[in-house]
Design a protein around this ligand. Structure first.
Ligand SMILES: [Zn+2]
Length: 430
């Protein structure tokens, strides 16, 4: 790419950067937790339309995607699960096409009194923009959009089709990204600016979500010895799952990309409910678990192992031995994905285009990381033969209190994305 164009793109990002931050604040002010994404998606659709992209806004139909690889068990109804895609269709199509993907859903904010300021009242303090979803990953959605704007400000358009995707369901199933694939959105590469500190993610773990349902025998607590306490029965089962976690993290099972990662597969008991009355031995308990798996590991085989461990642990409880726990899958059944294993020309050249863009903006080489979480990248990489580059800004406390994203980092990511689009897609005059 010529120097002049580079310089023009970089200053185009700077010129509109205040507007980009205002856009991001507006987006963060929409509390787009699971099931509540519509107002944020309306805002996105409006912004795409203003930019003359062809807007496709549709409600996900589970029947369309249920049979596809990568489908995860659905939590709750999909009446309000709406995806938004803005398509730019190139006239010449002389370059390589691109998907710019981001998720609009954010995780619950947790107890409000733990936040210094309300989570959906975004504010800036120094280099940080605060709010739930600011980092994960509305800053990324903003940077995708304003990177495209930078090209237009220079009188240019991508010389290939570009699909801007704002998807739901990333935080629990990935079915939003899957629905985009099913709807026919394909490209030569995908870029997902998840907040991993300006590094390129070259491997990500898979994730399984499951619920363990336990029964108990209710009695008045005066005769507790005659009952069976479903809540306390969960404790040995949770301990057994942690033993399995130790085994799965052992050196002999390690995926090479995670050889030097400390404890890559994390088991989390994220929710627990049970019982009805303080003086009654509880008749039921349900706990929700998240467990990681390595790229290449088979989800069904891992599920079998989890269930076997739970049954084995339950067999030393007299009541549970007769009343076996049931395991319900209610969210992620996500395989791991390693871009590092993709030896295609597309992967090689898209990584190289991003390396160049990053180097130009930061003056540094692009670091590569293996992450202990999942992203929607797996759908493109595993099920659509599309190299998926996860590369986004630096953020802190994602999924925690006082989540915030670095403003300087957003600026650099937006610039690198604009250069990447120009390098990867090529450009044509507007
Ligand atoms: Zn995310």
């Amino acid at each position: 790419m010529d120097r002049e164009l580079e310089t023009a793109l970089l200053s185009a990002v700077d010129e509109r950067f205040d507007e980009q931050l205002e856009f991001l604040k507006e987006l963060v002010s929409h509390p787009s937790t699971r099931g509540n994404e519509q107002s944020a998606q309306d805002f996105m659709a409006g912004q795409l339309k203003e930019r003359h992209l062809a807007v496709d806004r549709w409600q996900i139909d589970v029947e369309d995607i249920r049979h596809l690889p990568g489908f995860s068990s659905v939590i709750g109804p999909y009446d309000d699960a709406v995806n938004v895609v803005g398509s730019y269709r190139s006239g010449k199509r002389s370059g390589r096409s691109l998907i710019l993907n981001g998720h609009i859903d954010v995780v619950p904010e947790g107890p409000l009194d733990m936040w210094d300021q309300p989570p959906f009242a975004p504010h800036i303090d120094g280099d940080a923009l605060y709010g739930r979803g600011a980092g994960d990953m509305k800053a990324g959605l903003a940077s995708n959009l304003f990177a495209l704007d930078a090209l237009r400000a220079c009188g240019l358009a991508p010389a290939a089709d570009v699909f801007f995707q704002s998807v739901v369901e990333e935080e629990c199933t990935g079915n939003g990204a899957l629905a985009c694939l099913q709807r026919g959105y394909k490209a030569d590469a995908a870029l997902i600016p998840e907040p991993f500190s300006e590094t390129l993610v070259t491997a990500q773990v898979g994730v399984i979500w499951f619920q363990v349902h336990l029964k108990g025998l209710p009695t008045h607590v005066a005769y507790a010895g005659d009952g069976a306490n479903a809540i306390e029965a969960a404790i040995p089962l949770i301990n057994a799952l942690h033993k399995l976690e130790d085994k799965w993290n052992g050196p002999e099972l390690r995926h090479p990309d995670f050889a030097h990662v400390h404890h890559p597969l994390n088991l989390n008991v994220g929710k627990i409910t049970g019982g009805d009355w303080t003086s009654s031995v509880p008749a039921w308990c349900v706990f929700d678990v998240r467990m990681g798996v390595f790229p290449g590991q088979n989800i069904d085989a891992m599920r079998e192992e989890i269930e076997a461990v739970l049954l084995e642990a339950a067999s030393s409880n007299a009541f549970l031995k007769q009343n076996k726990p049931s395991v319900v899958y209610h969210g992620f059944l996500a395989e791991g994905y390693a871009l590092s294993q993709d030896k295609s020309e597309g992967a090689r050249s898209s990584i190289s285009a991003l390396e160049d863009a990053h180097q130009t903006v930061t003056g540094e080489a692009l670091d590569k990381v293996a992450i202990t979480a999942t992203t929607d990248a797996r759908f493109f990489g595993l099920y659509a033969d599309t190299p998926a580059l996860v590369y986004g800004p630096k953020a802190e406390a994602i999924h925690g209190f006082n989540e915030h994203v670095s403003i300087d980092s957003i600026n650099r990511i937006t610039k690198a994305t604009a250069l990447f689009i120009a390098r990867w897609c090529g450009t044509e005059k507007l």
